[in-house]
Each structure stands twice: as C-alpha cells, then as structure tokens.
Design a protein around this ligand. Sequence first.
Ligand code: OMP
Length: 273
Amino acid sequence: MTFTQKLNQAWHSQNSLLMVGLDPDMDKLPHPIRSSHDALWQFCKGIVDATAPYVCGFKPQVAYFASLGAEDILKQTCEYIRTEYPNLVLMLDAKRGDIGSTAEHYAREAFDRYQADAVTINPYMGMDSAQPYLDRKDKGVIVLCRTSNPGGSDLQALQVNGRALYLHVATLVATQWNQNGQCGLVVGATFPDELRQVRACVGADMPLLVPGIGAQGGDIQATCDAGCNPMGTGMMINSSRAILYASRDEDWQHKAAQAARQTRDAINSSRAK
Ligand SMILES: O=C(O)c1cc(=O)[nH]c(=O)n1[C@@H]1O[C@H](COP(=O)(O)O)[C@@H](O)[C@H]1O
C-alpha cells in the first residue's frame, strides 16, 4: 500500500486529521516515570497507546532521540507503531536535505532503518537532493514549503518573479517532483492565508502536513477553512507539546488522551462546517 492510500484510509477509519508529534524532551517527562531507567521508552509507548484512538498517524522527530543517543528507542517506537497500530501513518520528521549520494543514506535511514511511511525533507538543494526519496515509489516525501516559525518568512516569503518563493516550491513539487503521487508539503497552521494559497496552488489531492496548532497557537478553525480539500480531508494537522505534556503527574496518559480527543473533535467540528 502506498503512503497516500494508507493516509486516506487512516483519515476515514480513524475519523481524524490529527497527527501526534513524538518530541520527547527529558526535562519535561512526567514525574512518575522520570527517574526510571527506560523513561524514554515508557513515555513514547505510553503516549502512543493513549492517543492512538484519536489520530491518523504519528510523527517522531529524529532530533529528540538523536540528541540523547537514543536512536534505539526511536527504532523501538517506530516498530511498536507499525506492529500495534498498522493502520496509522508513521511519518519520520527529519527535514533532511543534502547532495544525492548522501541523501540516499538519509532515505535508507527513514525507509529501511525506521521503515517510516513518509519523511519530511528540505527542498533547498533542489531536485537531485530529493531524488533518492522520490525513487521510493510507495513512500511519502513531505517537503518544507511554508514553515510555521516566524523566521520561515525570511526566505520563503521572498518575491521571486512576482511570486512568493514558497509558492514556487509548491508548484515545483506538485508538477515535477510528484511523479509517483506520494509528495506532500509542510505548511504551518500559523499562516492560514498562505495555507489557503498553497491549497489553491496544488489542488485537492496533495496532503499537507500542518504543524503549529497547540503550543504555537495556530487557530484550528482558520486552519481547516484554509487547508481542507472539498472532501473535508487533505491535512495531517500536527500537535506535539500540547498533547505530550498535558500533565506531568500520575494522570499523564489520561490527560494526553483527553488533549488528543479534544483536538481531534475541534478539528472535526471545524472541518464539518
Ligand atoms: O516538519 C515539521 O514537522 C515542522 C515544520 C514546521 O514548519 N513547524 C514545526 O513546528 N514542525 C515540527 O512540528 C512539531 C511542532 O511541535 P509543537 O509546536 O509542540 O506542536 C515539532 O516537531 C516541529 O519540529
């Protein structure tokens, strides 16, 4: 099954556009598990189990694991998601970008080592840097387009031939890079006007990874109005900290589940309007 087929099925079977980002920060782990020898694994497994009923997928962020030398826990978490929740999308957030020969190894990392369904990449180095990912015909390649952070405007909003650079990226990906129909774009929920423009530019079928609700303050209604396709889908709306750290006490799993359910419900009532 391809990435987009799996995503479409997950949207419908889970009735959810919510993606939970797995960004485990040792300083913020719940107190009851913090001093445990396998705290990181307990946290990742606990969050996955608590929130799985409410999501279309999970997005582990490589840096949070790599900075701890905990790639083994990332691998274990990916395996756990794949085996226990095989209908949910597994997106590796890596934001890689390098020359083709090196990118080939990043592609192996994402798709062979972690067996992700999709990976985030940076388009700055152009098509040959994306080719090793695009060659994996069934895998999702999610390209940074209009990122959620304030500094995203520094380059992405520059006018190039009368059009913002991020729209050039959107057009390039939708026309030239999307040969296998498995590409998507990252567009921040913090910029709903730009999200609307990107959706108009790429059409209804391209999935958008939309981080920026929750801790970054993006508005769910504005996000759905701007980014949903006519079927009321089309987005993986990511939230990490607001769900992961909803509580640091005994009830951390319960509070994470509650935050995920409330976010899913808010998205569903916004996309239904
Ligand atoms: O590619 C991403 O996932 C991403 C792109 C972007 O423009 N902004 C952004 O915040 N992200 C990621 O999405 C997550 C957002 O986390 P919260 O702000 O805690 O919900 C982090 O893992 C970021 O690395």
